[in-house]
Design a protein around this ligand. Sequence first.
Ligand code: ACM
Ligand code: ZN
Length: 757
Amino acid sequence: MGAFPFVPRVLPFLFLGLAQALGAQSALTIPSLIPLPVEIEQLQGECALKCPWSVTRGHGVTKALGDLLQAELDSLHPKSAVKCEKALDIELSLFQPDTILPPETYWLTVEKDRILIKAPTEEGLFRGTRTLIQLLEGGVGDMRLPCLRISDHPRFAWRGMHLDVVRHFFLVSFVKSYIDLLARYKLNTFHWHLTDDQGWRIEIKKYPKLTEVGAWRKGSQVGPYSAQTFDTLRYGGFYTQEEIRDVVAYAAARHIAVVPEIEMPGHALAALAAYPELSCTRGPFSVERGWGVFPDVFCPKEETFIFLENVLDEVIGLFPSPYIHIGGDECPKERWHECPHCQALMQQEGLKDEHELQSYFIRRIEKFVNSKGRKIIGWDEILEGGLAPNAAVMSWRGTEGGIASAKAGHYAVMSPGSHCYFDHYQGDPANEPLAIGGYTPLQKTYSYEPIPAELNAEESKYILGAQGNVWTEYILTEDHLEYMAVPRALALSEVLWSPAASRNEADFLRRLKAEFPALERLRINAAQSMFDPVLHLAPGANPGEVMVSMECPCEGQPFVLDARSLEGVPYTGPIIAKNNLTIRALCKDIHGNEQGRMVSRRILYSKATARNITLDRAPSEKYADGGAFTLVNGITAGARRVNHEWLGWRGGEVTITVDLDSAQDLRFLGLGALNEPSSWIHPPEAIEISTSLDGLTFEKQGDAPMKKGEGRREVAVVKPCKARYVRYIVHAWKAIPVGQPGAGEPAWLFLDEVIIN
Ligand code: ACM
Ligand code: ZN
């Protein structure tokens, strides 16, 4: 966004605690707000809330906004028997500014006998009413608010949340409550993922089979991906165009843009099940039951383009959003590679590979969407083979796509898996419902800076904002969806709305705690995982020692539980493990009440644990959390993949050397590796294990045999030997075998632990 005429400023007393800053002047404090406004100032005096609250609309303010707010105020006002001459006046006022203000700017003042919200647009007024609701919720306790003045506007223009209604379907009633959630925290973009392999969820009048056939599957994958288990229950659903219009209008009344996503050219099996002639092979296909990436995709033939243009024509008619999301992610190229039509088209158009064919596909679609006065946005794969001229990029595989896009002068929305994927675990996986993997605690989302450091000021203007994504492979219910989205969406809302300089995790967590009663009142099933203890493992002062330290958020005190005392003893400093040890920790808040849940770690010693370890090649930055120590920290990764338990390398090889400090009799030389083909993670193609007494001359002990089966696999050479040093030369698969997701690409190698006995 461009430079704004006024500088964001947050009064420092916000972080001191208002009561403290104001001393004896007033016992009243400003209720906590999420996201934090740009400026907030407490004034002399207070405003009584006991009389009914009545909305007054200034010139030009719509009745719809007045009515919406009045209904909310009525449901919030505690009916009391107090006799009132006059209602408390809540005035909404539009004004013509004499300078250009950021969109969505508003001012809110609480005076002794009225509350005023002023803004240059109704959108700004609406955002101001969200602040008002939070203030009143905080004020109804003792029926008064301190007089105050707020001046506010957002940092970013795209403040998004995504919802996948394909892997699991969610009713219109829930979609509206999701929109309410976005509105409450001043998020303004709802990205609705409507089509994929497992279902087509939007009625298209011209192609009725899309929903007659494509909206239903003959079963669903259940349980962890590695189990490859399926039920046989018919599953599905779709939204009629009337329902879509209803949702779009509902969102518009809350100044939220609904961006529909129609996936192409990949993730298209539901459409192809209905219209197999749009594929390269002509099928037949069924709507997918399982999760993943599938080889059959739209074939770039005229028939397909006519179909997609007709579909998009209806979509554009339903959604007024300036952006239409056309997917573009995870499109395997093998069918195109083998298809005579595709190969002839590439020849004719001078396209040198299938990536350029994908680019051709997206450019054609962009041309059509642009001809209707709209713009396309797609996942960052649309950069491959050349970006379409006016396209915006949604950067999900890290930030690189967003950076490349901004540097090329294209708009980008940041949604990196590392911080913005709310289908990842948010707490210790042992305490959480089954998730797709990954580890994105609330605090990590809150720490996210959407402007990549790689961009200069000019390039940064192309970063529209960011978005949280909620994919629903493992999310079957509304309660579970809320659990995954909340409160991470609140953290993101503050990242995107509030000035970067006011970011303060401890202060946010305090305000979040104060928000829970409201979440409860709204019946939102918010996660509280962020209040759990956090355990850190690090090398101790001496080889063979693991140092465990603990932290509690919100000024909580960690307690260590042993097998006998469930009360626990207060944690006073790091615990040093020298042998097998199970540590269980719990947090208590400042009042001594339990906060969050118990977290435990089981450190299992082998001769390699906490010994000196060297790697000749650093792991990929994304999968390098604990450094080399991860491989000797005594933690073998659980069945649920969380990245910090693993080190990951893309392709190539790595040599790992462990120094056991003295020559020892050994018989088991093992290594833990992951097999998760759907994520392109394969166990090593080869591991050569050798040992040495002096660290100079190594003697080969053998090649560790591969083990079949998905999940964590332990491979080892079992052979008596005497050694001080053990060396593993580990080769990743150079190319993922044909028939597997990502075929032909270098495989990821994930290792979790060296085990020597
Ligand atoms: C994505 O998560 N496949 C965009
Ligand atoms: Zn083809």
